[in-house]
Design a protein around this ligand. Structure first.
Ligand code: EPZ
Length: 420
């Protein structure tokens, strides 16, 4: 197994190119199978979740070819609508295959993705939305069977603006005769990117980014050549890193609007954020002031995917902070590990109360999920002494090489094999 090994105490400086967004790439890769010709995706970051998604497409008969960071997907030979549990166990986002497979084949059979370390991750909103369009659904032997051969366009009212449910219903209805409307849809930038990608294939989707998305069904789709948006969570993670360590960094490709909620919070801490075009500069000269309350919400609210990282920041900020996690019931696993580094955090249900301390101490800690692992890296960057982080594979799901990125910004961090 691999560990990260960090010597804390370095300020950060320099600039970094932000990679394409994991949470845009995953639904876009799933959506490729809607077309029965070549789809070319540029600047594909090879996150482990992205690699698994390409393996799912290959298992369905698609041709996959890499040319540097350009991915060519030949879907003309796709010949199956069954996603096996060996894949759904590895990458939850395989559930995004339901909609595209229904559009392509009229049917889909996807193994139940199950929960993960941040919560039980139900898919009832996906199921309810598809049923509202007359998809026949059975759940048995750990598989979800969808029969969409008698689907009808219509209206879907989501009880909660679920990102995945919005994306699945969008992709299930792009070739459905008539007009389908999704009310209370998720508004994330990755939904807008999926709309733009689907439209680049000849679909007719509008309204993404608002709470109402309208899909006018088309009879056929084309191939496409597309470059997804940048990863706002990776950018936000490094913005917080600089706020914690002190220094001056520039993130190229970072989008101000996509990170507005974080920028608003960081502006309360004494950190200076300068946005010019698609570059965000972060300047941090003193120990940050605490943020009184951070309340995770669907976009454009504060993103749950930056909650662990900003929580780590609050552990060394001046004052007391309250973090409320409204989306996932088990997204405070990082707290036990931060406590071992000297943090003072009290958990009560969905709330974490943090009393900022002047110093964290390096320790040997274990990552239990993707964003919790990233939060531990940030804590290690400011801790006195050395921090070892085990189970780094969690972090690799959403960061191309977090240690290379942070080394470019002046951190002392390296990856080592735990057996050596
Ligand atoms: C997407 O997950 C992201 N993943 C998550 O990022 C992100 O945290 C989440 O959206 C919220 O922004 C991808 O895009 C691949 P949801 P998703 O459906 O679609 C409940 C990361 O770290 N819900 O918007 O699974 C659910 O329990 C990952 O990159 C239902 O109740 O999120 C949660 O409380 C983690 N029933 C809330 O909605 C459903 O059918 C948000 O879930 C679906 C969801």
């Amino acid at each position: 197994m691999e560990n990260l090994y960090i010597k804390g105490g370095r300020e950060l400086s320099g600039s970094l190119e932000v990679v394409t967004a994991k949470n845009a790439l995953l639904p876009i890769l799933a959506g490729c199978i809607i077309s029965n010709s070549n789809v070319i995706i540029h600047k594909v970051a090879r996150f482990s979740d992205v690699i698994y998604m390409t393996k799912i497409l290959e298992s369905l008969g698609c041709g996959i070819k890499w040319d540097g960071d350009t991915l060519v997907i030949d879907t003309s030979c796709a010949n199956s609508y069954v996603v096996k549990d060996e894949f759904t166990k590895k990458v939850r986002s395989s559930i995004f295959m339901l909609g595209p497979l229904i559009s392509r084949f009229g049917r889909a059979r996807v193994a139940y993705p199950g929960g993960c370390n941040i919560g039980n991750r139900p898919i009832d909103l996906h199921i309810k939305g598809l049923k509202a369009l007359n998809v026949k659904i059975e759940e048995r032997h750990g598989y979800i069977y969808c029969d969409g051969r008698n689907m009808k366009s219509g209206e879907v009212h989501l009880d909660f603006p679920s990102v995945g449910a919005t994306e699945n219903i969008m992709m299930a209805s792009v070739m459905l005769k008539g007009t389908t409307t999704i009310y209370n849809s998720a508004r994330e930038p990755e939904i807008v990117d999926l709309q733009d990608f689907l439209n680049s294939m000849g679909c007719k989707v509008s309204g993404a980014g608002t709470s109402t998305i309208v899909i006018n069904g088309v009879d056929s789709t084309l191939g496409s050549e597309y470059t997804p948006i940048k990863d706002r969570i990776v950018a936000g993670t490094y913005m917080i890193a600089c706020a914690m360590c002190g220094g001056d960094i520039c993130l190229n490709g970072a989008n101000k609007e996509h990170n507005q909620a974080l920028i608003t919070k960081l502006n309360q801490t004494g950190v200076r954020i300068k946005c010019r075009g698609d570059t965000i500069e972060v300047v941090s000269k003193t120990r940050p002031k605490s943020i009184s309350i951070i309340d995770t919400q669907p976009y454009p609210g504060f993103p749950t995917d930056l909650q662990n990282q900003i929580l780590a920041m609050q552990t060394i900020s001046r004052g007391t902070s309250l973090v409320v996690e409204n989306l996932f019931e088990s997204r405070f696993k990082i707290v036990n590990e931060l406590t071992r580094m000297g943090a003072s955090v009290t958990i009560k249900d969905r709330m974490a109360i943090i009393n900022g301390v002047s110093k964290l101490y390096g320790a040997s800690v274990v990552a239990s999920d993707l964003r919790g692992g990233a939060g531990l890296v940030l804590a290690g960057l400011v801790a006195e002494g050395y921090t070892t982080i085990e189970d780094v594979y969690h972090i690799d799901r959403g960061y191309l090489s977090i240690e290379e990125d942070l080394c470019k910004l002046g951190a002392e961090i390296k990856r080592c094999n735990s057996e050596t």
